[in-house]
Design a protein around this ligand. Structure first.
Ligand code: PXP
Length: 240
């Protein structure tokens, strides 16, 4: 499985102070150096973390494929056509949500999405749909001519956090079935949301049907904790 590293929450820390550090661009380059297979970032309509300039610089400086998560709205389409990431992933977006809740309802937006996706595919950009492990949403993704689906793993992650391991097994099976179905339709299959250093292990058994995982929050959270000791001792040295 490939690893897409989502660097949004580096920008979340920066935006907490509206300053210049930490830089998601620098984080993307470090993730590349550490072996990431892709850089993923979500340009939200409210710009709460990643800013347009971050996207432009990352596209310019990072050699890895860049996967832009975005809402299916005209403003974002124009940005995608200008910056040309390697892939866009269409996600639902609500301003009041803390993070992306649930997958995109492709079924109810089919007519709108057909035109939207066409323009982006014409520019040579791969199009992926962030959907629940649901056959109808996957079929609709095929009908609107998406290239890929990313299966939402939030329910799996929540069950794991509750230590409800019986339901975790069932959810893994549901994801496996959905992924195999998507694959049988000729879609590429990715997954992500809420994956951590603990719950990713069970997920690896789906390696035969899922090509790539996109992981953000847990990697950035661990980077803060693992890097804190060094950061404090460097400041202490300076003050001494
Ligand atoms: N995939 C998609 C489509 C997402 O929207 C997100 C969150 O931005 C992720 C993966 C990564 O989720 P997390 O930050 O929980 O690892």
């Amino acid at each position: 499985m490939r690893l897409g590293v989502n660097i949004d929450h580096v920008a979340t820390v920066r935006e907490a102070r509206k300053t210049h550090e930490p830089s998601p661009v620098f984080a993307a380059l470090l993730a590349q150096k550490a072996g990431a297979d892709q850089i993923t970032l979500h340009l939200r309509e409210d710009r709460r973390h990643i800013q347009d300039r971050d996207l432009e610089l990352i596209k310019e400086l990072v050699i890895l494929p860049v996967n832009l998560e975005m809402a299916p709205v005209e403003e974002m389409k124009d940005i995608a056509l200008r910056v040309k990431p390697d892939r866009i992933t269409l996600v639902p977006e609500r301003r009041e949500e803390i993070t992306t809740e649930g997958g995109l309802d492709v079924l109810s937006m089919k007519d709108y999405l057909i035109g939207f996706i066409n323009d982006i595919k014409d520019a040579g950009i791969e199009v992926s749909m962030f959907v629940e492990a649901d056959r109808e949403q996957i079929s609709a993704s095929k009908e609107v001519e998406a290239d890929a689906v990313e299966i939402h793993t939030g329910r799996y992650a929540n069950l794991w956090n509750e230590h409800n391991f019986q339901e975790v097994r069932k959810e893994l099976e549901r994801i496996r079935e959905a992924s195999l179905y998507a694959k049988s339709l000729g879609l590429r299959v990715y997954a992500g949301h809420g994956l951590t250093y603990q719950n990713v292990k069970d997920f690896l058994e789906l390696g035969d049907c899922i090509e790539e995982l996109n992981i953000g929050h847990s990697i950035i959270a661990n980077a803060v904790i693992m890097g804190l000791e060094q950061a404090v001792s460097t400041m202490k040295e300076l003050i001494k």
